[in-house]
Design a protein around this ligand. Structure first.
Ligand SMILES: Nc1nc2c(ncn2[C@@H]2O[C@H](COP(=O)(O)OP(=O)(O)OP(=O)(O)O)[C@@H](O)[C@H]2O)c(=O)[nH]1
Length: 180
């Protein structure tokens, strides 16, 4: 039977960047695994308290800007800083998406600038259009799911290893007591 998994994702970005239209897929088969993506489409206007609780809830993040709106690009930096603060000391799992790639004639943010920001944030970068399907937004979400799953697995192993270590230490203590 195919394995199944659940991944909680949240999409953040300035109002009007196209978040709603980017978040339509809820279940997919990724690498032979049925993944249910619970996607939270946050409102660009939400207050700091709502934003914080959404950030705490999610395991993976899509930071979206509009390539025709430089302010939305600049706002990504403060979103990332806020995220880092909330998720500290964990590393945030995220992707950067430049939406509205179909509006190249009104572009205010170059592809190179998007790539550079993604490199600085150590994440994958996608330019796409939620309207035309250009840039394959699905694949962007799948990649984020893979990364969330991969990191969860690593964390699970680390946790298991540390609890095994505790058990071993307790047994050693008992044995030392018995033999003394
Ligand atoms: N040309 C173009 N328009 C888009 C694209 N994605 C979204 N839009 C349009 O941009 C406008 C805003 O899109 P929304 O998805 O409502 O934006 P949002 O980020 O959810 O906005 P808030 O809910 O206010 O935070 C709508 O008119 C969309 O049709 C795109 O890829 N290309």
């Amino acid at each position: 039977m195919a394995k199944s998994a659940e991944v909680r994702l949240a999409v953040f970005g300035r109002a009007g960047v196209g978040k709603s239209e980017s978040t339509y897929r809820h279940q997919a088969s990724i690498d032979d695994e049925t993944v249910s993506m619970e996607i939270l489409d946050t409102a660009g206007q939400e207050d700091a308290i709502q934003r914080e609780s959404h950030m705490r809830w999610a395991e993976g993040f899509v930071l979206v800007y509009d390539i025709t709106d430089r302010v939305s690009f600049e706002e990504v930096i403060s979103l990332k800083n806020f995220l880092d603060e909330i998720k500290k000391p964990k590393n945030v799992t995220l992707i950067l998406v430049g939406n509205k790639a179909d509006l190249d004639h009104s572009r205010q943010v170059s592809t190179e600038e998007g790539e550079k920001m993604a490199t600085e944030m150590a994440c994958a970068f996608y330019e796409c259009s939620a309207c035309t399907g250009e840039g394959n937004i699905n694949e962007a979400f799948y990649e984020l799911c893979r990364e969330v799953r991969r990191r969860k697995m690593i964390q699970g192993k680390t946790r298991r290893r540390s609890s095994t270590t505790h058990v071993k230490q307790a047994i050693n203590k008992m044995l030392t007591k018995i033999s003394s």
